[in-house]
Design a binder for this molecule. Structure first.
Ligand code: NOJ
Length: 749
C-alpha cells in the first residue's frame, strides 16, 4: 500500500468541503464505470450554437434574462409569468394542444420570442409504463433501461414534452425511503452504468430529433441517504463516501452528455444542495465540466428558508444563484429578487449570464428556435403493440425469483388455481410511482395478474382478495383459505400499492402492510403448494413470508404489461433471471444493510460475542444484493485472470469465467464480478461490483464470460476527493450474487 495519488494534484490551494481541489488528479483518473465520451448532443459543443447564444444574450434585457430562470408548473402561472416576470419553461402540463397554446404565447407574444422548454416527470414511461427503475435495475441488463428511455422519449417528445426529469440516480441504502423505487438500488456501479445508458437513450443522437428528450440527472446529491429514511431529511456523509458512492452516477451522466441536472432537497454536512456552491459550481460545473443547466427541485430554492440557510426570499435567491442553480422550479424567489440582488452586487452579471447562457444552449440544442411547436396530429395517447412488447419484455427481465423450495414454481396451467390477495386485481397500482400518463381513467389500465393468469390457465381459476393492501380487516381470510384448500395450487399476490413508495412515502416498517402476512400464513397452511408474487416499490422484510411459503417471485411495480409478464413466469412460459439490485434485510432494525459495507475491526463471528452483530436477528440480509434464482441451475467455474499484476498507469487485467446451465430448461444467469482492496489508506468495502453480464443458456450449454478490469475499477476517492490507485493486492470474486466466492487476486504496481 502507498498513499501517493496516481497523478499529482493541480496545485489549487482551494480545498472545499466537497473536494473541489485536484481537478487534474480527477481528469487523469479513469471513470468509475465504462462510459463513452460525450455525445454530439452535449451542450457546449457547437460554435455556431454558442454564437447564437451570445447574440441573443446581447439583445436581452436584464428582466428578459431573469425571466429565463423561471420554471412554472401550471398554465395559469405560465401565462401570468409571460406578461410579468418572463418565463424559461413550464412542466407538468400535458397534451400537445395545451403545450402549443402556451408555447405560442412565448414565441409570438414576447419581444424576443424565446421558446419555452417543456418538462415532465417521465420516469419509467409516458403512456407505456415500464417497470419502476428499481425493477429495471433488477434486470441487470442495460438494454432494459435503454428500451424504457427510448420508448419514453419518443412518446413524450411526440406529445410536446422536451425534457424529462430523469434518470434518477440516487444510490440508496435506505429501504424505508420511498424514493428507492425511482433509483437503481444500493450499488454505485450498477447505478452508474444505467445512468449513462439512460441519459444517452433519452437524448438520442440529437436533442433536436422528434424522438429525443433532454435528460435530467437527479438529485444532486446524496438524496438517497436521508437520516431515518424520511424523505427530504438531513444527509451527512463523508467526502470520500460522497465521491465513491453518491457522485459517480452524476459524473457518468455528465460524461454521457446529460443536458440538465436537478439539485436535491437535502442538506449535505449542513449545507442544502440548493445553496451549495461547492457541490453545484465546484463539483458539477468546474470539476465535471458540466455545460448544461441546473434546475432546482420543486420550490427547493425557497426551501432554503425553512432549512435555515436563508432569512427570506431575497437571501434564498442569492444563495441559489451563487451556488449555480440556474433555473428555479415553481417558487419565484429569483424573478422577484434577482434585479435587486444584481443592483446591490450580491450576485454578479456574470452569474446571471452564465445561467441564461446554459438554458439557451439547451433550448437551441433541442431545436426549439427552429421548431417550437409539436405536431398535434402526432401526439401519443396510447401504447402501441410494439411499445407493449418492450414493456412486457422489460417486466419479464425484471422478475427476481427469491425462493423456490421444492420447485413449486412454475405451476401447471391445468387443475384448479386459487389466485388470492389484494393485488391480484390491481390495475394502476402495477405501474407504481410516477406513472406518467399511466394513472387515472384516461389511459388503458394494466392487465391484472388475475386476468393474465385466467388467460393462460387451461383449468379453473378462482379468486379471493382475502384482505386489503393495508387495512386491518380479517373478514376475507376464511374465504381465501377455503378457496386455497379447494385448489391444487394457490398464487398469492401481495405487496404495496402505488402510493406506498415514491416521493414522500417513507415507511418505518417495511414488512407486508396490513394483515397480508396473516393471510399468507393462513393460505399456506391450507395449501402447501402456495406461491407468493410480490408487487412493491422497495425491499420488504420477508422473513416471516419466507417461513410461510415455499416460493416468492419479486415483481416490483412491473408496469403496463406486468400482469402478463408475471403470468408468463408463473406458468413457466418465461424463466425469471433478474437479480436483486438492493439487499433485502431480515428486519427493519438492521437498516442500513448493504453488501458493499466496510469491515469493522471486529467482523461478524457467530462464536464470538464481541463482534459486530445484533443479538436478536441472524447476521446479514435475508436475500443479498445480486441474489436471484431460476427454474434451472447454473455453475460458474474455471475463473482465469490474464495477469498477476496491473500497472497503476493504464494497465488492465481480464477476468473470465465459464458459466454453464446445469439444469433442464433454458434460462438466464447474471455473472457478477466483485473486487476488494483488502489493505488501503481508507478502508475499502468488502466487495465492490465491477462487472456483470446476463447470459441466456440452453440446458447443458456453457459460455465463457470476460470482464476487463482497469485502474478505474480498483481505485477510489480519498478524504480530499482525490482519486487514488494504490499499490497492493486486489481480490477478485466471481459468481452469481454478492456472496460470490474468492476467485483469485492480482497485484497493483
Ligand atoms: C419533486 C421531485 O423531487 C422531483 O424528482 C420531481 O422531478 C419534481 N418534484 C417535479 O415534479
Amino acid at each position: 500500500m502507498t498513499t501517493t495519488p496516481t497523478t499529482p494534484a493541480d496545485g489549487l490551494t482551494r480545498r472545499r468541503l466537497l473536494g473541489t481541489a485536484g481537478t487534474a488528479a480527477v481528469a487523469g483518473a479513469a471513470a468509475l464505470a465504462p462510459v463513452a465520451p460525450a455525445s454530439a448532443t452535449t451542450p457546449g459543443r457547437t460554435a455556431s450554437r454558442d454564437r447564437r447564444v451570445e447574440q441573443l444574450l446581447r439583445r436581452m434585457t436584464r428582466q428578459e434574462k431573469i425571466g429565463q430562470l423561471r420554471l412554472a408548473n401550471t398554465v395559469e402561472s405560465a401565462e401570468e409569468a409571460l406578461t410579468t416576470t418572463g418565463l424559461g419553461g413550464i412542466f407538468s402540463v400535458v397534451g400537445a394542444r395545451a403545450i402549443n397554446a402556451i408555447q405560442r404565447k412565448a414565441v409570438e407574444g414576447t419581444r424576443l420570442g424565446i421558446p419555452l422548454i417543456v418538462g415532465l416527470d417521465v420516469i419509467h414511461g409516458y403512456t407505456t409504463n415500464f417497470p419502476i427503475p428499481l425493477g429495471q435495475a433488477a434486470a441487470f441488463d442495460a438494454d432494459v433501461a435503454a428500451d424504457d428511455a427510448r420508448v419514453s422519449a419518443a412518446e413524450a417528445r411526440r406529445s410536446g414534452i422536451h425534457w424529462t426529469f430523469a434518470p434518477m440516480m440516487d444510490v440508496c441504502h435506505e429501504p424505508r425511503w420511498g424514493r428507492i423505487a425511482e433509483g437503481n438500488g444500493e450499488d454505485p456501479y450498477l447505478t452508474t452504468v444505467l445512468a449513462a445508458v439512460k441519459t444517452k437513450a433519452y437524448q438520442g443522437s440529437s436533442l433536436a430529433s422528434a424522438t429525443s428528450v433532454a435528460a435530467c440527472a437527479k438529485h444532486l446529491a446524496a438524496y438517497g441517504a436521508p437520516e431515518g429514511g424520511r424523505d427530504y431529511n438531513t444527509v451527512d456523509v463523508s467526502i470520500q463516501r460522497l465521491h465513491n458512492l453518491y457522485l459517480p452516477p452524476f459524473k457518468a451522466a455528465v460524461e454521457a452528455g446529460a443536458a440538465t441536472v436537478m439539485t436535491s432537497f437535502n442538506t449535505i454536512a449542513g449545507v442544502p444542495a440548493h445553496g451549495n456552491a461547492d457541490l453545484v459550481r465546484g463539483v458539477l460545473k468546474d470539476r465535471y465540466r458540466f455545460e448544461g443547466f441546473v434546475v432546482s427541485d420543486y420550490t427547493g430554492v425557497q426551501e432554503l428558508i425553512p432549512h435555515g440557510q436563508a432569512a427570506d426570499g431575497r437571501d434564498a435567491a442569492r444563495e441559489g444563484i451563487r451556488a449555480g442553480v440556474d433555473m428555479e422550479m415553481t417558487s419565484t424567489t429569483y424573478v422577484e429578487n434577482a434585479a435587486a440582488l444584481l443592483a446591490s452586487g450580491a450576485i454578479t452579471q456574470r452569474q446571471l449570464d452564465d445561467a441564461v447562457r446554459r438554458i439557451l444552449r439547451v433550448k437551441l440544442d433541442l431545436g426549439l428556435f427552429e421548431e417550437p411547436y409539436v405536431d398535434e396530429a402526432g401526439e401519443v395517447t396510447a401504447p402501441t403493440a410494439a411499445t407493449r412488447r418492450s414493456a412486457r419484455s422489460a417486466a419479464a427481465r425484471s422478475l427476481v425469483l427469491l425462493r423456490n423450495e421444492g420447485d413449486v414454481l412454475p405451476i401447471p396451467r391445468t387443475g384448479r388455481i386459487a389466485v388470492i390477495g389484494p393485488l391480484a386485481t390491481a390495475t394502476y397500482d402495477l405501474n407504481g410511482t410516477w406513472a406518467g400518463l399511466g394513472t387515472g381513467a384516461s389511459t388503458t389500465p394494466p392487465t391484472t395478474v388475475l386476468a393474465a393468469i385466467e388467460a393462460l390457465a387451461t383449468g379453473t381459476v378462482v379468486h379471493e382478495p382475502g384482505c386489503d393492501v393495508s387495512g386491518r380487516g380479517t373478514g376475507g381470510i376464511d374465504a381465501a383459505v377455503a378457496a386455497a384448500r379447494a385448489a391444487d395450487v394457490a398464487v398469492l399476490v401481495l405487496g404495496e400499492d402505488a402510493t406506498m413508495s415514491g416521493e414522500a412515502a417513507a415507511r418505518s416498517d417495511i414488512g407486508l402492510p396490513g394483515v397480508q402476512q396473516r393471510l399468507a400464513e393462513a393460505v399456506a397452511e391450507a395449501q402447501p403448494s402456495t406461491v407468493a408474487v410480490l408487487v412493491n416499490g422497495r425491499p420488504l422484510t420477508l422473513t416471516a413470508l419466507a417461513a410461510a411459503v415455499p416460493a416468492i417471485l419479486e415483481a416490483w411495480a412491473p408496469g403496463l404489461e406486468g400482469g402478463r409478464a408475471i403470468a408468463d413466469a408463473v406458468f413457466g412460459a418465461t424463466n425469471p433471471g433478474g437479480k436483486l439490485p438492493v439487499s433485502f434485510p431480515r428486519s427493519v432494525g438492521q437498516v442500513p444493510l448493504y453488501y458493499n459495507h466496510e469491515n469493522t475491526g471486529r467482523p461478524y463471528d457467530p462464536d464470538n460475542k464481541f463482534t459486530s452483530k445484533y443479538l436478536d436477528v441472524e447476521d446479514g440480509p435475508l436475500y443479498p444484493f445480486g441474489h436471484g434464482l431460476s427454474y434451472t441451475t447454473f455453475e460458474v467455474s474455471d475463473v482465469r485472470l490474464s495477469r498477476a499484476t496491473m500497472s497503476r498507469r493504464g494497465g488492465s487485467v481480464s477476468v473470465s469465467a465459464v458459466v454453464r446451465n446445469t439444469g433442464r430448461v433454458a434460462g438466464d444467469e447474471v455473472v457478477q464480478l466483485y473486487v476488494r482492496d483488502p489493505v488501503a489508506s481508507i478502508v475499502q468495502p468488502v466487495r465492490r461490483l465491477r462487472g456483470f453480464e446476463r447470459v441466456r443458456l440452453e440446458p447443458g450449454v456453457r459460455r465463457r464470460v470476460t470482464f476487463e478490469l482497469t485502474p478505474g475499477d480498483v481505485g477510489f476517492y480519498d478524504g480530499d476527493a482525490r482519486w487514488r490507485v494504490e499499490r497492493g493486492e486486489i481480490e477478485v470474486y466471481v459468481g452469481t450474487s454478492s456472496q460470490a466466492p474468492l476467485a483469485g487476486s492480482f497485484t497493483v504496481r
